[in-house]
Design a protein around this ligand. Sequence first.
Ligand code: B12
Length: 233
Amino acid sequence: MTGPVTSNDVLRKLRAALAPHGVFLRGVVNFSDGETAPLLMDGQAAKSVVLLGNIGGSLWPAFQRWRDGLSDRGGENPLDHWSKVVIEPVAQAFGASAYFPSDPPWQPFQQWAMRAEGLKASPLGILIHPRYGLWHGYRGALGFAQTLPEATNQIDPHPCDHCPEKPCLSICPAQAVLSSGFEITPCRSHLKTREGQAGCMTGGCLARNACPVGVEYRYPAEQLYFHMAALNL
Ligand code: B12
């Protein structure tokens, strides 16, 4: 990147740099002095964090193209690998520190998203977006030493509060989705059965699929299978 980037145009330039990869700027969290904020590469606390992620199947074509060109298909955790390949150079160009949801110690991506986008958790544990439903995720975040303008702050009501049927709670064949939270052990056991292989593994998590919000953003079949395979360890 040539010349200094001011706070005002950093978000616009970030959007432009990430759009070809199907990665979107999801929101900005600004931290006040004394608040817990992630550390930048120089050890100082970040003033702002910009959340980056996919909306529906937005990243799938770029991810698949990258993967198809590699003899190892991207290695053991190809989507996490790809996210770094895409986001790290952008972080460098903008003088930002990159954080990834898959890297321990886990950064509180969901808490950041709740602040930046006003989202709340669905019974599945996944944050539900009023427009995209359960069909979105976070691929990384960038920490900045300066305070950035806040990008989005959803104020729409929480969709689950207005969902009388709550099909996600009753449809899970493993009873893994409870009003108290999501239980991974029965989910994984079920995925190993013949019924689980033919159902959730092939067509995606039945509870996630049953959510009536954002159905038009549902991931493509291949992506659904990819995420289920990652869960079925
Ligand atoms: C550990 C983890 C899991 C564990 C959960 C173990 C547990 N019970 O905590 C397992 C392996 C089960 C899991 C599964 C999935 N996960 Co997960 N997971 C994470 C991870 C890496 C860390 C979560 C964490 O502990 N953070 C640390 C604390 C400090 O952060 P936090 O924001 O304060 O904590 C929030 C979460 O812990 C959340 N939470 C609590 N219990 C559970 C249970 C589940 C299943 C989830 C998803 C969240 C969740 O509540 C907190 C809100 O403050 C995050 C990435 C990240 N860095 O956040 C992804 C993340 C939460 N997972 C995500 C997703 C999409 C999934 C899956 C759908 C993926 C899949 N392969 O299908 C499944 C969900 C299964 C389902 N219900 O359908 C997304 C959620 C996106 C969103 N829209 O909210 C994240 C943010 C990763 C990403 N790249 O976007 N996950």
